[in-house]
Design a protein around this ligand. Structure first.
Ligand code: SAM
Length: 282
């Protein structure tokens, strides 16, 4: 059997044409097979793989070469330093979404703020904020029953008791409740966008990705209906596509919000737009 290092080199070569991060992909799959921390690769690189380990690694590598996302193969993705379980019911959390978490934490909110995460998927945003703000009361909802079950598992694994996971089509299951902050990373990709045929998104459900009106339909729906659920003052914050900042600010302004502003992600692209409702806003 090959050594760990030799298997990794061969795998990295195979993945070169298929992945933006061939070496990292190979290492993550190897660590998943070995069930060891990252440091193991450096200390034990010349150890031969067992027959079973080599078989399992080769199987995973074959699936990665067929395009399957690494996170679907390992069942986990790190988000905000939390291990978040993933499956094919919803989006795999992306590093750019950590910008939304940062922006939410930068707001001047009450210590015991009430917050809502719309389209929570794995629960990544809600759970990251819950881990940072144990006194916040967080509701997190999704229309997909499978995503709700996954978010619930993540909440339980991480032991974060200040989050309530709710099955709901946007606001429909909510009654008589207002929030200081509502956040959402909703579906925002246009159905004709060629990126839908590339990379990990091919393995993620369209219900998590695609929205009508050039990707803006869910954002507009939320902007309109959030008004009944936001405190005054209250903040509504979205993640959106890198070319949608101006359109989202315009929707906010058309619907009576103030201070619409856009923030950039790690790659310096427009990514987060937020706006306020204050006393007197209709
Ligand atoms: C882009 S994913 C975001 C997932 C997660 N918040 C994240 O940032 O990784 C959008 C999520 O919105 C959910 N969704 C789509 N339509 C919805 C609706 N009408 N009501 C509630 N959730 C919805 C999808 O099931 C999906 O989990």
């Amino acid at each position: 059997m090959p050594s760990i290092d030799d298997a990794l080199s061969a795998a990295t070569k195979r993945l070169q044409a298929l992945s933006d991060s061939p070496k990292l992909d190979a290492q993550v799959l190897m660590l998943h097979v070995l069930q060891r921390p990252r440091s193991y690769l450096f200390a034990w690189g010349d150890r031969p793989l067992s027959e079973q380990e080599y078989h399992d690694f080769t199987q995973l590598l074959g699936k990665r070469c067929a395009g399957h996302p690494v996170a679907h193969l390992t069942g986990v993705r790190e988000f905000w330093s939390l291990p978040i379980m993933v499956n094919n019911s919803t989006l795999i959390p992306r590093p750019d979404t950590e910008t939304l978490v940062e922006q939410a934490l930068a707001l001047a909110l009450p210590d015991n703020a009430r917050m809502l995460d719309l389209g929570t998927g794995t629960g990544a945003i809600a759970l990251a904020l819950a881990s940072e703000c144990p006194n916040w009361h967080i509701d997190a909802l999704d229309a997909s029953a499978d995503a709700v079950a996954l978010a619930l598992k993540n909440k339980q694994n991480l032991g974060l008791s200040n989050v309530q996971i709710i099955h709901s089509d946007w606001f429909s299951a909510l009654n008589d409740v207002t929030y200081d902050l509502i956040v959402s990373n909703p579906p925002y990709i246009d159905a004709a966008d060629p990126h839908l045929q590339q990379g990990d998104v091919r393995f993620e459900p369209l219900s998590a990705l695609v929205a009508a009106q050039q990707g803006l339909a869910d954002i507009e729906h939320i902007i309109i209906h959030a008004k009944a659920f936001l405190a005054r003052p209250g903040v509504l914050m979205f993640e959106h596509g890198y070319e949608q900042g101006a359109a989202v600010r315009q929707l906010f302004t058309e619907h009576g919000y103030i201070n619409a502003r856009t923030e950039r992600d790690l790659g310096d692209n427009d990514r987060i737009t937020l706006a306020d409702l204050v006393p007197g806003c209709a």
